[in-house]
Design a protein around this ligand. Structure first.
Ligand code: HEC
Ligand code: HEC
Ligand code: HEC
Length: 327
């Protein structure tokens, strides 16, 4: 899927390549459907989001500050050019068809993680999505429904807890610091209250509930992604152990959650995670079960058959704002 073009930016050549594997679940994914982030901001609709995010948390890979770290990892992995190689760019960048007329020359250099990485390629739905009442139709045409946080949280974890053993051994970060609340609701946060929410008031309570739900979902995903990583590990060793530590921490948190908000799917998820905890060798065997249960449980949180208000009681053990570039 590698494209034969690249652009010069701050002295580096950046190949821009398609994230093929991660977004298999998005039916509309395809480089030729990408319109580019500039269009999302040009209309002035999302200029604020664009200004906030572009070149912000999702582009440090292309930053000279990390050049040494990147080169070292790449060398150990026999990757010739990590700005071009699919092995790196599948998480650090996105491919745009060079011929795609809607993406301007100027912005080709801007591609790291872009709006459409998370909100899906926009050609089919961009004209629709801002018309009154048309969001469901736009979603049918491929727009990511950000209200379904199973889908979006899973995407964050796919990259942020996606580093396989081969990468870890070459010195790549494991993503230990990734916390769904901290990362999604800190400086990166770019959602706003709907008119209905604003009209109905109680925004402070609603925010607590939303944050609590995201935190609980994040702990469930941590169990899932740690299990996934452990299941792929070549055996005992630092990689497996560190992932097991992350699983243990999330498991303990979920055990507290289930006491406060009983849920059958969470009970089952905890039971499955306890198996991995007791014997990491069982991770492969229970992975499918953990996947299914995580999805079921997070959707339950999302659709709120569980008592919403109780989620507000969860202590959020993180700062509300975080971004390393800022500090
Ligand atoms: C396609 C892969 C991918 C997806 C999907 C993704 N990220 Fe990232 N994210 C990265 C990479 C890679 C970095 C490191 C910066 C870079 O190299 O661009 C990063 C960095 C960040 C940072 C900055 C962290 C810091 O140290 O300052 C935040 C915050 C962040 N991501 C939040 C999120 C959230 C929230 C989601 C889900 C809604 C998400 N990311 C989804 C790949 C991804
Ligand atoms: C599974 C997705 C994934 C793949 C594949 C991947 N990275 Fe990363 N990488 C990330 C994420 C996410 C971060 C941010 C981690 C954090 O700070 O929490 C990151 C961080 C980095 C950083 C630190 C600077 C920064 O941008 O935050 C370097 C350097 C880096 N990766 C190099 C590489 C190289 C070289 C390759 C290919 C050999 C590669 N990565 C492949 C997801 C990935
Ligand atoms: C790393 C993934 C990611 C990137 C990149 C990203 N977004 Fe988002 N966006 C999300 C997520 C996740 C949500 C929902 C967050 C929540 O509800 O807490 C969201 C919410 C939104 C919303 C609010 C939707 C609503 O119903 O409230 C808008 C508008 C938006 N994004 C536009 C953009 C634009 C424009 C860009 C590019 C400049 C962009 N996003 C880049 C993940 C991303």
């Amino acid at each position: 899927m590698k494209m034969n073009w690249s652009v010069k930016i701050s002295g580096m050549t950046i190949g821009v390549i398609l994230i093929a594997g991660i977004f298999m679940t998005s039916p509309a994914w395809g480089a030729n459907k990408i319109i580019g982030p500039k269009q999302c901001s040009d209309s002035n609709c999302h200029k604020n989001v664009f200004d906030k995010l572009l070149f912000h948390p999702h582009e440090t890979f292309f930053n000279e500050k990390y050049e040494k770290e990147g080169t070292k990892i790449a060398e150990k992995m026999n990757v010739k050019d990590h700005f071009e190689d699919q092995k790196c760019i599948k998480c650090h960048g996105v491919e745009v068809a060079s011929t795609y007329p809607k993406v301007t020359e100027e912005e080709k250099g801007l591609f790291g993680i872009i709006c459409e990485t998370c909100h899906n390629p926009a050609e089919d739905w961009v004209e629709l999505h801002d018309k009154k009442g048309k969001v469901p139709e736009a979603v049918q045409k491929g727009m990511r429904d950000t209200r379904n946080f199973y889908a979006w949280s899973k995407d964050c974890f796919s990259c942020h807890r996606g580093a396989k053993e081969e990468y870890f051994k070459a010195g790549h970060r494991l993503g230990e610091k990734f916390d769904l609340v901290q990362y999604s609701q800190g400086d990166f946060k770019h959602w706003v209250w709907s008119k209905e929410d604003k009209a109905s008031g109680n925004l402070e309570d609603k925010l607590k509930i939303k944050t609590g739900k995201i935190w609980v979902a994040g702990e469930a995903f941590q169990v899932l992604f740690s299990t996934m990583r452990i299941s792929e590990a070549s055996g005992k060793g630092e990689y497996s152990e560190k992932n097991l530590d992350l699983l243990k921490k999330a498991l303990a948190n979920l055990q507290n959650v289930v006491k406060a908000i009983p849920a059958g799917n969470l009970d089952k998820l905890i039971a499955a995670a306890l198996k991995v905890n007791a014997d990491p060798g069982s991770a492969k065997g229970v992975l499918e079960e953990i996947k299914t249960l995580t999805q079921a449980y997070v959707n339950e949180i999302d659709a709120s058959p569980l008592p919403s208000a109780k989620f507000a009681s969860f202590p959020i053990p993180v700062e509300s704002s975080y971004m390393r570039n800022k500090k």
